[in-house]
Design a binder for this molecule. Structure first.
Ligand code: NAP
Ligand code: F7E
Length: 343
């Protein structure tokens, strides 16, 4: 029988990518999005799937709204991808972040308990739980030490998801996902800020990219691989927790170099720390500079995951390495910049 999936955060990077994957598998896909005067479905539009999704007004802060949507949709699987997902913003809006990213998940789980405890539930956990990392690489057994209000809120969500599995026997899973990117990434995040920046610079639409900590190191994978891992988790006989990661780490500085190369801008670094700049060797213009306003009150220096459990139990493999990912993102942003439609 045709399965029904409800995806919260359908307007986001992962929500739109997962919707495409599930439509390809024959699912009825229902997308939950925040009501607004002008809902922005550009990602679903670009993927050519907007007409194939049933859309529902949905707000994680409103319990009765969540229950009503569950009753209407009657989902077999719920993927909770909605969140205030920008770590830097969580330092300025910690209470709002907790309401959405922590209590929002408790509301969803309560709604499942009330409406249909047979629903399979996916929670978007995060490598941010590891924060000040206590071992390298991080596994499902590594001790958590979140470093931002976002990470702390997601830690509550992670534990309440496990608790509903243990206490109420609900099929809940958490994917502890390391950073994953694609041409659909939001412009606030460092990868897309860099690829969109170099695309615009190469077309004369922008002068310079201002960045924060160039020495932060991340395990960046491809979002398309990661949404496939989410689906695999909900097909298992039992709910569980899995790391999805590539196991390979690069610095923000290295990401900048790869993106400059993909945009055919020869880059030369000068200076150190907050005085670091990157020049276009041909023109001598400064195209990258550090602005301490992008430093975080508490930083995570290094995240790198070990996806062995997902590999063994789910048969999951990351397929895209960073240079190819950067190339894909820069090419997409060059196409968009030519049409002046970067968003
Ligand atoms: P994203 O692009 O920022 O998308 C977040 C989605 O959540 C958007 O559709 C947003 O809607 C929606 N949303 C925000 N607040 C909401 C609320 N109060 N009620 C209903 N919807 C709300 O994030 P993403 O990169 O796709 O990530 C998906 C999930 O995975 C998030 O939970 C994120 O925290 C988590 N995660 C992401 C990564 C990563 O590297 N991408 C890694 C680990 C975990 P609007 O369009 O209305 O803003
Ligand atoms: O920062 C440094 C910044 O904002 C990555 C979210 O999807 O992944 C993401 O969180 C690193 C940090 O991602 C700038 O300080 C330097 O060290 O791209 P980001 P994030 O904070 O790792 C996790 C797993 C999630 O769960 C989150 O939802 O890059 N950095 N300069 C900068 N970061 C930004 N945003 N902007 C800069 O100018």
């Amino acid at each position: 029988m045709r399965k029904t999936a409800l995806i919260t955060g359908i307007t986001g990077q992962d929500g739109s990518d997962l919707a495409k994957l599930l439509l390809g598998k024959g699912y009825r896909v229902c997308g939950a999005h925040r009501r607004s005067a002008s809902t922005n479905l550009w990602r679903c539009d670009e993927l050519g799937i907007t007409q194939d999704i049933e859309l529902f007004d949905f707000e994680l802060l409103e319990f009765s709204n969540i229950v009503a949507v569950f009753q209407q949709v009657k989902p077999d699987e719920v993927y909770n991808l909605a969140a205030q997902s920008f770590v830097a913003a969580s330092f300025d809006q910690p209470l709002y972040t907790a309401e959405v990213d922590a209590m929002g998940v408790a509301r969803l789980l309560e709604a499942i308990r009330l409406v249909n405890p047979k629903i399979h539930f996916y929670q978007a956990s995060t490598a941010e739980l590891f924060g000040k990392v206590q071992s390298v690489p991080q596994t499902e057994d590594t001790v958590f030490w979140p470093r931002s209000p976002y990470g702390v809120a997601k830690l509550y969500a992670h534990w309440i998801t496990r608790n509903y599995r243990e206490a109420f026997d609900i099929h809940t899973s958490s994917g502890i996902l390391f950073n994953h990117e694609s041409p659909m990434r939001g412009l606030d995040f460092v990868t897309r800020k860099i690829t969109a920046g170099f695309a615009r610079i190469s077309l004369g639409q922008q002068d310079c990219i201002e960045l924060g900590n160039l020495d932060a190191q991340r395990d960046w994978g491809f979002a398309g691989d990661f949404v496939d891992g989410m689906w695999r988790m909900l097909q298992q006989p039992e709910g569980d927790e899995y790391i999805l990661a590539t196991g390979v780490v690069h610095s923000v500085r290295r990401f900048v170099e790869l993106a400059a190369e993909a945009a055919a801008i020869p880059l030369a670094w000068e200076g150190e720390a907050e005085h670091t700049i990157g020049r276009d060797r041909r023109s001598g213009k400064v195209v990258v500079k550090v602005n301490p306003k992008f430093y975080r009150p508490a930083e995570i220096d290094l995240l790198v995951g070990d996806p062995a459990k997902a590999r063994t139990r789910l048969g999951w493999e990351p397929t895209v390495q960073l240079p190819a990912l950067v190339q894909m993102m820069v090419e997409a942003d060059l196409r968009r910049a030519k049409d002046k439609r970067i968003q």
